[in-house]
Design a protein around this ligand. Structure first.
Ligand SMILES: [Zn+2]
Ligand SMILES: [Zn+2]
Ligand SMILES: [Zn+2]
Ligand SMILES: [Zn+2]
Length: 553
């Protein structure tokens, strides 16, 4: 009996230990997974209330050290304004003891502005301002960077650095200094003349750049750019359009000297249109004098408007943002025509007509059908035109085209495209075609639209890959198109819809002040600064040497 009971006890002990061995890790995992959301919520709360622009990352993309405990860290949070980093345990303390870039501060009583140093995690390949040796190359939290001028200096060299005054560095001409906003805020009378007087402290040639980024276009490029521009500039001049619409963001222009501001739109052609519409609203509000110049950093692909203005079809980080800012400073001013498209449906003359803004192009027929089918595919709704039988029926379009009031005799066409800009269909120079025929020159500021016809979807596809010429129907200030078919695919600036019989009238709406980037510019070309004041658009002359000056990506 004794032997039996000993055996039983041993079995029980084994069972107990096995159970413990299995249960403990399970319980720990469960406890952790309950804690994690709670911690995430706490962090989110802290991030929302913080003066820093905290972002959490699961893996830093370069060797990183906590600004509080100096330990190397793989994951944690960083501020995309001032660049401090901290592990989860230290975030709260970092938030309390470390100050961020102050968007609006008084300069010192002597009217000077001093460097604001952040220790550690200096950019790779930076050099000490004092001894000119490489900085931040030791595997620890070391060396300093000024959050405004981006100067870097060794721990040991900081005390011997002669110049503790901060001039805001290379980009002083585009940064809105915190002391400027402080002065504006103190003004008793907010008047543009006062702004211009205050701007004297910002130096001559001060052209503040506002960055408006759409984080919904081009993967997460918008997010990355927001961080990089907040690091380089005053965070107050960098806007996330998913949080604030352009109309609100542009109100910052009304606190800056009239005629000095440039807006860098980071997004697709659609985002640019959104910003241009907001600028039109400024005109309606009587804020004409504050209207900024618009420049583009295209996100996503196939941005024809951006491409036509020399900024490429899509940016994916090929050049550093510093170079983007330099390009913005060198760019030349052009006036770009914008158009009003009015669609009056037949039999609906008493209903309000559909009115749209157009920057790029209008079309009816095969290329609009492609856009519409793509749209339907994206929205996962069956398209009215997706059936091949209906596609065949659509061939019997009947158009009636008037250019500047003159009836145009049309060959048998399936589609008509009306273009304002040089590029169409995601990188095709429509009006030039294959370039083997003479064609009248076009400009974005001539108040003229180019009107072409296509024989069918095959012809349309051939044009797109530069294997055929479009049917050039002419140029006009006003285009009137009467459509008699039952239902047709139609699009304005890539936004498609199905349209019944109607009359379309395209008339000039306004001109937008845009910036044009010509790839010819080099860093030592300083004559461009003086020319930039004049709206010289001769280089957009498609008949001349555009092929050489415009970089096609
Ligand atoms: Zn730490
Ligand atoms: Zn910060
Ligand atoms: Zn500095
Ligand atoms: Zn040094």
């Amino acid at each position: 009996i004794d032997v039996y009971s000993t055996e039983l006890r041993e079995e029980w002990t084994l069972l107990l230990w096995t159970t413990v061995a299995v249960l403990v890790p399970v319980l720990i995992t469960l406890w952790c997974s309950f804690q994690r959301p709670k911690r995430k919520v706490q962090l989110k709360d802290l991030f929302r209330k913080s003066k820093h622009g905290w972002h959490y990352t699961d893996l830093f993309n370069k060797p990183t050290y906590c600004c509080v405990c100096s330990q190397p860290i793989l994951q944690g949070a960083f501020c995309d304004c001032c660049g401090i980093c901290a592990d989860e345990e230290c975030i709260q303390r970092a938030d309390r003891i470390l100050s961020c870039k102050e968007i609006m501060t008084q300069s010192q009583t002597d009217g000077r502005f001093y460097h604001q140093w952040v220790r550690g995690n200096v950019p790779l390949a930076s050099y000490c301002a004092e001894c000119k040796q490489q900085c931040g190359n030791q595997p620890k939290l070391c060396d300093y960077r000024c959050v405004w001028c981006q100067t870097t200096v060794h721990d040991d060299c900081l005390s011997s650095l002669n110049d503790d005054l901060c001039d805001l560095g290379e980009f002083r001409s585009v940064i809105i200094p915190p002391y400027y906003l402080y002065q504006v805020n103190k003004l008793h009378r907010r008047h543009p003349d006062e702004y211009s007087k205050l701007a004297a402290v910002c130096g001559s040639g001060w052209t503040p750049v506002l960055v408006l980024a759409n984080t919904r276009s081009g993967n997460n490029m918008g997010e990355v750019l927001l961080g990089e521009f907040r690091t380089l500039l005053n965070p107050v001049q960098v806007f996330d359009l998913s949080e604030l619409p352009p109309s609100k963001a542009l109100q910052l222009c009304t606190l800056l000297p009239p005629g000095s501001v440039r807006v860098l739109v980071c997004g697709g052609d659609g985002t640019v249109g959104w910003v241009l519409d907001a600028i039109d609203t400024m005109k309606l509000k009587g804020q004409d004098q504050f209207i900024p110049l618009v420049t583009i950093l295209p996100l996503g692909t196939g941005n024809d408007l951006s491409n036509s203005l020399g900024w490429g079809a899509g940016y994916a980080g090929e050049i550093p943002v510093e170079q983007v800012l330099r390009n913005v400073l060198e760019a030349e001013v052009v006036q770009m025509d914008r158009w009003k498209v009015q669609v009056v449906s037949k039999g609906n003359y008493f209903r309000k007509p559909k009115v749209l803004s157009m920057n790029n192009y209008f079309s009816v027929g095969p290329d609009a059908l492609m856009a519409l089918n793509f749209h339907a595919h994206r929205e996962k709704t069956p398209s009215f035109f997706s059936s091949r039988i209906i596609n065949k029926m659509l061939h019997y379009y009947r158009f009636n085209l008037e250019l500047d009031g003159e009836q145009v005799t049309l060959p048998s066409l399936e589609g008509i495209i009306v273009c304002n800009i040089g590029y169409w269909g995601g990188g095709c120079r429509l009006w030039e075609g294959m370039g083997d025929e003479p064609y009248p020159p076009t400009r974005v500021d001539d108040g003229l639209l180019e009107v072409v016809g296509v024989y069918g979807s095959f012809h349309c596809a051939q044009i797109q890959v530069n294997l055929a010429n479009p049917v050039r129907l002419g140029q006009a200030h006003t285009v009137r198109l009467v459509l008699k078919s039952s239902r047709m695919p139609m699009q304005v600036d890539g936004e498609p819809w199905a349209q019944g019989p109607c009359t379309i009238t395209i008339t000039h709406k306004t001109q937008a002040l845009m910036l044009y980037h010509s790839a010819e510019h080099t860093d030592d070309d300083d004559s461009s600064a003086s020319e930039a004041e004049e709206p010289s658009a001769d280089h957009i002359d498609t008949a001349s040497n555009t092929q050489e000056t415009v970089t096609v990506s």
